[in-house]
Design a protein around this ligand. Sequence first.
Ligand SMILES: [Zn+2]
Length: 416
Amino acid sequence: MLLLEKFTIGVGDRFAHQAKAQLKAFQLAAAQGVAVVPVWNKSNREHTFIGSHPQSVFDAAQAAVEALNWTGGWHVDADHIRMETVDKFLPCSDFFTIDVADSIGKPPEDRYVERFLAKHPELIGTVTIAGIAEPFQTDATSVAAIARKYLSATWEAGQIFQHIKRSKGAKQFIAEVSMDETDTPQTPPELLIILALLADAGVYAQTIAPKFTGRFNKGVDYVGDLAQFEREFNDDLAVIAHAVKAYGLPKNLKLSVHSGSDKFSLYPIIRRALQRTGAGVHLKTAGTTWLEELIGLAEAGGDGLALAKEIYAYALAHVDELCAPYASVIDIDRTKLPSADVVNTWTGPQLASAIRHIPGHPGFNAHIRQLLHVSFKLAAKAGTHYTDLLKANEAIVAKNVTENLYDRHLKPLFIG
Ligand SMILES: [Zn+2]
């Protein structure tokens, strides 16, 4: 089986210019003796917005790997695919994030739920899991309710998994199952039942992305109860270790944290949990590399700064339309968004500080950052004007991309 490495980071590169700068961060980690593997991801939705094709992600990644003589692992993730969208990713991806969140709650026929209960008496009653102090207390009704909620989603994951397997061959791809894009978080007892359902559906997933408690807004820190997150994250790790043995799932099955970039308050918790248990993790960043491009262009001054200001002005004028599709994953206080006139008076370093995610920095503005995060379509619209500026200012942009990934992400998660 193509095995997913222990520590992996999902990186996005919307305009296919930063793969080298991203890979550089993984080289810096490797130089510290920590093997972290990049997984370049791009969803169908993102390809549609940008007007790019899945093959371009593979090509950019491969070019970076060759340019930097990277000898570690690397993967290309068909991000959040479904049956309708998977086919064009098959030739150029080796990692598939199978998104079945939309099928959560779709009621299956009762006989399938009954069959699940009959097959899994171990889930009913007192369920003791190594590493969790309080055993789960369940009964047939509560297990049936959870099975009913997730059965269709896991079956669908099975169909997509089989479809990929027919095309790629059984041992040639890595599967992740994602359930994060839904309204309610999945609790550790739910995760246990989901894993049993996935095993029954023949899904040999190496990572699973549940929806965790709290808010995972795009490009900014976690908002929620840290103690509850820590408890549930630790319980999830224990549930996974248990399910691997109980249901014959891949031994390297690990958690995947989506929208995981910028969650600075969670990294010490995640790091402690990984150190304590020896577990791995996949952390998917949220397409924030493009913000580092904007920061670099702002710092560069001249035409770069002018375009960054133009993008801000346009975004501010179209704030409703840009934010609507992301309403559940951003929290923008519009009174904290300065007018375009004000921003037009700023220097490059001033605008760069407003966007760059350094929470304690007096110039940082999380509202500007989130608005710009959802405005990448404007850069796509600028076309070669934007990408030519990226090329002309490659060094300063790359510096920001590498620093963000290494200093603010890889270091606190894996190096300290
Ligand atoms: Zn996701």
